[in-house]
Ligand binder design. Sequence first.
Ligand code: ME8
Length: 517
Amino acid sequence: MSQKRTFYITTPIYYVNDKPHIGHAYTTVACDTLARFMRLDGVDVRFLTGTDEHGQKVEKSAAAAGLSPQAFTDKVSQNFRDLAARMKFSNDDFIRTTEPRHEAATQALWKRLEERGHIYLGGYQGWYSVRDEAFFTETELTKGPNGEKLAPTGAPVEWVEEPSYFFRLSAWQEPLLKFYEENPGFIMPTARRNEVLSFVKGGLQDLSISRTSFKWGIPVPGNPDHIMYVWLDALTNYITALGFPDENAVLYREFWPADLHMVGKDILRFHAVYWPAFLMAAGLQPPKRVFAHGWWTNEGQKISKSLGNVIDPYDLIEEFGLDQTRYFLLREVPFGSDGDFSRRAMIQRKNSELANDYGNLCQRVLSMIGKNCGAAVPQPGAFADDDAEMLKQAGDLLGKVRDALADQAFHEALERIWMVIRAANAYIDRQAPWTLRKTDPARMGTVLYVLAETIRRIAILTQPFMPDASAAILDQVAVPADARSFAALERPLTAGTPLPPPQGVFPRHVETEEAPS
Ligand code: ME8
């Protein structure tokens, strides 16, 4: 067996009741960045995303669109695949829960739970929110403006009374608490972990895991009057995609348990309570980490279709650029906290951090080299203290970015990189190579070499965040395609290598029309 480290990362599988929006793009950008980072770091990565296609919510949306559920899900699921292509997501697989491989895996998991005595037939009476696809107890409900009952998420609820299979979740309270205690990094960030702990400590009720009042789902083995609860169906996708129920499947053996399920805070309970309970009950290993990130609002307002303020990722990419959008999403908000999208903030970051800090650094250095060093990597002389310090800061960067990303602190990883970019801008101002050009051309060569080498290191590290712009910068310092991994960070630029004419990579944002207020 190979000794190579492996990393299995997943996004939630998105409901196909509507087209993708900024929230979906956000989670997948975060996963894509980590997947790219790990690959560059020599890790064997499996990155999964996909669509959640069953359940009452999707069935209702299909009916509203006048399509059969299958035709409807085929159409909407394609939108998510198109977005993945547009945003250059590097997922290794795209799972749809309507695929035969998934039905087989989900039924196999059900049978295992049943054989082990974790499932019984009973009757469900209680409140159900179709929007959340979740059951709620009377005490969890809140009241709307007209006194109507609402789920804690604000979604309407309906009274459900039907025969149902149950999973003995109540038996998993103690094993789950023990598991959380033994695996303190299982739920991140810590504040979210505490919420889950207090929920589980409050006591767990058995979970209704089948429905009879509609048809759009996977039939319960042996009793097709019932279809499986959409969350049991959906969560299973993470092992379906590795070949479950064949536990000897190569992917399953290499990649399960998952290293990281990335989710929004809205669906943490399903991933951090129900999912490990299902897996442990089936005799399978729970994942290593669930990270629940925060929630985006738009100019301070909740994003919702009824408010008409849904942010379309295509519009952002069109107006601001793909790499700029990816950068903004991961830089604007400490990962894990809630964040607000504003045009002002987007334009500010695009112009000051990308165009001014990073873009100008590259442009200044590369055009000076182009004009004064024969359009080739300059020959350095002996390094002065200031040069060595600059190179050391760039050299220390990988460790710092790696540490930040081990905690999914994307904003911190980018801040570390920007500290070096700012240091390089300060170094160029201090060394003033434009003056050295006349007074000491050899020294100018050394300074420009140090800067080109710093740019090379920075661009290698920005690849996971901004793949296109980073590739363009690496092209401009003539780094060959096979010298762009982190292992190749230690292969410095060779003096005399010809460089192509420099080209701006991060354009400034210019308002073409009155910005909407
Ligand atoms: O919950 N801010 O699918 P879903 C940040 N099918 N992230 C957001 C967001 C926002 N405003 N809106 C959505 C489901 N998201 C289930 C998952 S997994 C086995 C099944 C992101 O289409 C965030 O990741 O409602 C959230 O958890 C997810 O989209 C919900 O997507």
